[in-house]
Design a binder for this molecule. Structure first.
Ligand SMILES: Nc1ncnc2c1ncn2[C@@H]1O[C@H](COP(=O)(O)OP(=O)(O)OP(=O)(O)O)[C@@H](O)[C@H]1O
Ligand SMILES: [Mg+2]
Length: 260
């Protein structure tokens, strides 16, 4: 049994339009999965549905985490069970520094895990962990004192997200790499974060339509996602094939897309 098991997952928009049309996927600890697919194929919809975004309705199928079906659980309850979505907090929060945001996020998890009792992380312990993670991920010190995402560049947002992942220590991290504007350094921060955290305690699902990031994260499994479905799966070499040949060969007749 894999830690995250997705079975026959169907996801619809609020108006009933079906976007994800039956996905089966297992993600286990220690493994790096990549989902690649053309624009508009439903990759982000899948990510939002995994996290429990209220705008995306699961009309059929199951999402099991450690054997437990989490479809009925709210986003925070899924997070408590160890699911993490990068881009989960894309908004700026003026007045809340990165440091205090991260501390609150950790404390919310600790509280849930202590059965609802406050169990705040001791400040010296938090500081130590934060500084170590920032150094490891090469996040500039001054970023920690700024208001979350307020005026952050795309690369800075990304760094803070990866920092959040490092501190929250999820069991399954879902990274939706929709931001095409990342420079090589920011890509490396993401890749370095994923590579150093995936192991006996974490598995990752990296969603992208660029092969670029996969030059730095070597996935164990690559899945081709077209029109709401996984249409092919393979090893890292599949990403190279896609880069060279595009999605054309995987497209059902009549489905559009720019093949990027
Ligand atoms: N909240 C929404 N309201 C209306 N349409 C939506 C919504 N969310 C997704 N869609 C539509 O669902 C389809 C799939 O979108 P989605 O963002 O999942 O694609 P994607 O594979 O992530 O694309 P990209 O590679 O460009 O990030 C698109 O046609 C999109 O317009
Ligand atoms: Mg997307």
């Amino acid at each position: 049994m894999a830690l995250l098991e997705i079975r026959n997952l169907h996801v619809a928009l609020e108006d009933g339009t079906e976007i994800v049309k039956g996905v089966d996927l297992d993600v286990d600890l220690g493994s790096k999965h990549a989902i690649m697919g053309p624009n508009g194929s439903g990759k982000s919809t899948l990510a939002y549905a995994l996290m429990g975004h209220p705008g995306y309705e699961i009309t059929e199928g199951e999402i099991r985490l450690d054997g437990e079906d989490v479809v009925e659980l709210a986003a925070d309850e899924r997070a408590q069970r160890g699911l993490f979505l990068a881009f989960q907090y894309p908004h700026a929060i003026p007045g809340v520094t990165v440091t205090s945001f991260l501390r609150s996020a950790i404390n919310a998890l600790r509280k849930a895990r202590a059965g609802g009792e406050d169990d705040p992380v001791p400040i010296p312990e938090f500081r130590k962990e934060l500084l170590a993670a920032m150094e490891h991920l090469r996040v500039p010190r001054e970023l920690a004192q700024r208001y979350l995402n307020d005026g952050f560049s795309g690369g800075e947002k990304k760094r803070v997200e990866i920092l959040q992942m490092a501190l929250l220590k999820p069991r399954i991290a879902v990274l939706d790499e929709t931001d095409s504007g990342l420079d090589i350094d920011a890509l490396k921060v993401v890749a370095n974060g994923v590579n150093s955290l995936v192991g006996p305690e974490m598995g990752a699902l990296v969603i992208t339509h660029y092969q670029r990031i996969l030059n730095y994260i070597t996935p164990d499994h690559v899945h081709v996602f077209v029109d709401g479905r996984i249409v092919a799966s393979g090893g890292a070499e599949l990403a190279q094939t896609l880069e060279a040949e595009g999605y054309e060969a995987f497209m059902p007749a009549g489905v559009g897309g720019d093949g990027s």
